[in-house]
Ligand binder design. Structure first.
Ligand SMILES: C[C@H](O)CC(=O)C(=O)O
Ligand SMILES: [Mn+2]
Length: 345
């Protein structure tokens, strides 16, 4: 199959998924510097919000350094060619948040649901279309659904008016065959004019390979983050993906050298810890656990004396999904009690 000359829209996640490892505490200066670097490197689309999307600021998800209004109001006017997108999870973000983002100049909205719950996206997708926005449906934790189930869910989002539907590997669990199977089925089921997207995590080091598999299956929008800054072992590293796609003859419009410099000079220096496949991040991918649970599990594990890895395996066994962050502490406490009882304490 020749992909030579095919146009791929790269969508940057550094300033949204990258908020998870920053505990949502990025400064406006950090956001501005990275966003301008991405813009100058030719990245066409940049997502900006709390890691859990518009309205994520809460006890459950974490309080950010600034409001979504402040982040968006700072970044949008600085952009010379890039468009800014925002993520919205129904139940966390409201239609009012959507309108606020639109008024601040956000052109693309991505309405995210668990992979079997697309029906909760109807109101937000419909409203975004009414506002004239580029509207995307985003099916999270897609490894938990079969290709057939994803087809049904993607068709729902398309039916509500989504211009593009994403298959999202939130846990970084999928291998290239699983990506190919799911994306091919969804591609075949959607109208030709509806775009297909893929969002990967690098917990099993498959971010780039899975993105290539997604493109081979017909995806035209691919998410990545500079230096991989994102939940777990991070997102697909943008600078690596750009180099690989360039070698394959695909057109991204992103400068191979400039994006490396953004990663190296602007993103790596703001990391609170190295984004790498340590044993806990690897366990996310191996056990199929939601990427943003990582820091919650480390904190709860430390509090109750349970290794984060054991806790993550248990969260995977319980098939816990985004929105159940408050259950992580509960699970750690239960495990600590069970272990104490077994030890006769
Ligand atoms: C709210 C999540 O961080 C969305 C996402 O990036 C994913 O599911 O992956
Ligand atoms: Mn993600």
């Amino acid at each position: 199959m020749t992909l030579q000359g095919k146009k791929i829209t790269l969508h940057d996640m550094t300033l949204r998924d990258g908020m998870h490892p920053k505990r949502h505490l990025m400064t406006l200066e950090q956001m501005s510097s990275i966003a301008q670097g991405l813009d100058q490197a030719g990245v066409p689309l940049i997502e900006v919000t709390h890691g859990d999307g518009l309205g994520g600021s809460s006890v459950n998800y974490g309080f950010p350094a600034h409001t979504d209004e402040q982040y968006l109001g700072t970044v949008v006017p600085l952009m010379k060619q890039a468009r800014v997108s925002a993520l919205l999870l129904p139940g966390i973000g409201t239609v009012d948040h959507l309108k606020m983002a639109h008024e601040l100049g956000v052109g693309t909205i991505r309405v995210a649901t668990h992979c079997t719950e697309a029906d909760v996206s109807e109101q937000h997708i419909t409203q975004a279309r009414k506002l004239g926005m580029d509207t995307v449906g985003f099916l999270m934790m897609s490894h938990m659904a079969s290709a057939e189930q994803l087809v049904t869910q993607a068709r729902l989002m398309e039916g509500y008016g989504a211009h593009c539907v994403y298959v999202t590997d939130s846990a970084g669990y999928l291998l290239p065959d699983g990506v190919r199977e799911r994306l091919s089925a969804v591609r075949d089921a959607l109208k030709p004019e509806t775009e297909l997207g893929f969002h990967g995590h690098h917990n099993l080091a498959m971010g780039v390979a899975n993105s290539v598999a997604a493109i081979e299956a017909g995806a035209t929008r691919i998410d990545a983050a500079a230096a991989g800054l994102g939940a777990g072992a991070g997102n697909t590293p943008m600078e690596v993906l750009v180099a690989v796609l360039d070698r394959m003859g695909l057109e991204t419009g992103v400068d191979v050298w400039k994006i490396q410099d953004v990663a190296e000079d602007r993103v790596v220096p703001i990391m609170d810890f190295p984004i790498r496949i340590d044993r806990d991040a690897l366990t996310l991918g191996y056990a199929g656990v939601y990427g943003s649970f990582l820091l919650f599990a480390k904190r709860a594990g430390a509090r109750y004396g349970i290794p984060a890895r054991d806790l993550l395996v248990e969260l995977g066994r319980r098939r816990m999904v985004g929105g159940q962050e408050d259950m992580i502490e509960d699970t750690a406490l239960t495990m600590a009690r069970q272990r104490a009882a077994q030890a006769g304490v």
